[in-house]
Design a protein around this ligand. Sequence first.
Ligand SMILES: *[C@@H]1O[C@H](CO)[C@@H](O)[C@H](O)[C@H]1NC(C)=O
Ligand SMILES: *[C@@H]1O[C@H](CO)[C@@H](O)[C@H](O)[C@H]1NC(C)=O
Ligand SMILES: *[C@@H]1O[C@H](CO)[C@@H](O)[C@H](O)[C@H]1NC(C)=O
Length: 371
Amino acid sequence: MATFSLQSHCFFLLVLLLMILNLRHHLALAGGCQYPPVIFNFGDSNSDTGGLVAGLGYSIGLPNGRSFFRRSTGRLSDGRLIIDFLCQSLNTSLLKPYLDSLVGSNFQNGANFAIVGATTLPRYVPFVLNIQLMQFLHFKSRALELASTSDPLREMMISESGFRNALYMIDIGQNDLADSFSKGFSYSRVVKLIPNVISEIKNAIKILYDEGGRKFWVHNTGPLGCLPQKLSMVHSKDFDKHGCLASYNSAAKLFNQGLDHMCHELRTELGDAKIVYVDIYAIKYDLIANSTNYGFEKPLMACCGYGGPPYNYNVNITCGHGGSNGCDEGSRFISWDGIHYTETANAIVAMKVLSMQHSKPPTPFHFFCAG
Ligand SMILES: *[C@@H]1O[C@H](CO)[C@@H](O)[C@H](O)[C@H]1NC(C)=O
Ligand SMILES: *[C@@H]1O[C@H](CO)[C@@H](O)[C@H](O)[C@H]1NC(C)=O
Ligand SMILES: *[C@@H]1O[C@H](CO)[C@@H](O)[C@H](O)[C@H]1NC(C)=O
C-alpha cells in the first residue's frame, strides 16, 4: 500500500513536471508578443473574467480564486481560465470585464464581454451574444469619439486600426444546449435549435467583420454530458463508456459540427478574414477519458460542492455557498464546482489549444501579435 502510494505519488509528480515543462515550452514557442494584440472576447462563464459580478453586483466568493488570485475575481474557478492562459502566452495582461467601471478606463489591451450564463438566444436578454455585440459597438464608438477629442483619456483609447487589427474571440453555445435540456426538451427538440444558435454566432462574426475585424478565434463547446452537475441532476442510464451522459455529449458534438461547418463557410464568404476554429471538445474529452494519464483521479467529481462521491454536486449547496466543501488545495480535480474546470485542468486545456493540434487551420496563437 505504502509502496503503491509512493509510486503513484512519484508518477503524479513526474506527470506534473512534464506538463509544466511542456506548458513552458509552448509559452516559450509563443514567446509573448513584442506588441500584443488588442483582444475582444464574447462568451459565457467559460471565459467570464468578472463580468457578471461587475454587471449585476452578484457575489462570487472564495474558495473561487483561491489557488491563483488568492481572492475571488468573479471567475468561476479556483484560478485562471483558458483565456487567461492564452493572454499570458502573448505576454498581454488579463482581459478586464467591459462592465467593470473601476478599471480606470484601462482597456488598452481590449475588453471582455463574456458573462456567466450567457446564451445566444433569445436575443435582447442580458447578456446574450447580441447584447454583448451591442455593448462592443457602443464601446467602439465611445473609444473612437474620445480618441478624436483632447480628453486626456484619448491616449489610453483603442484606435480605428487597433479595432481592425484586434483579435476577436468567441466561446459560447454551452448554455443554449444546457438550458434547453434543463427545460426538459427532448433530445430531438434540443438538436433542432442548434442551427439557430450557430446562425447567431455567424451573425456576430459578420457584424465584427463589417466593423473591420479580420481575426477570429472560435472555441467549440466541451462535453456537456461529463459535467458533474448534469450527471447528478439528470436521471438517466444513458451513459457513454466514460460515464458521461451520451445524449448531452451527442448534442454538443452536433453543435460543434455545425460550428465547424459555419467557420468553413465564412472562410469562403469573408475571403480576407482569418477564422480559427478550436476543438475544445476533443481536448476536454481526452482529459476525462485519459484522466489518470494527466494525474487526475476522479474526472467526474467536483472539487468544490456537497454530497461526496460520485459527483459531489448538490444544486442547493453549490461551491462558495454555505455548507459546501472544497477539496484539499493541491489535490487534482478536473471539475472545480461541477460546471467549470479547475485552474490545473484549464492550464492543460490551454497548453493543448496552443499546441495547434486541435485548431483549424493550424495557427500559432502568436500569429495574432500586432506586428
Ligand atoms: C513581456 O512583458 C514584459 C513586461 O511588460 C517585458 O519586459 C518583456 O520584454 C515582454 N516580453 C516579450 C517577449 O515581449
Ligand atoms: C486517450 O488517449 C489515447 C492515447 O493517447 C488516444 O488515442 C485516445 O484518443 C484518447 N481518448 C480520447 C477520448 O481522446
Ligand atoms: C433542493 O431543494 C429542493 C427544495 O427544497 C428539494 O426539493 C430538492 O430535493 C433539493 N435537492 C437536493 C439534491 O437536495
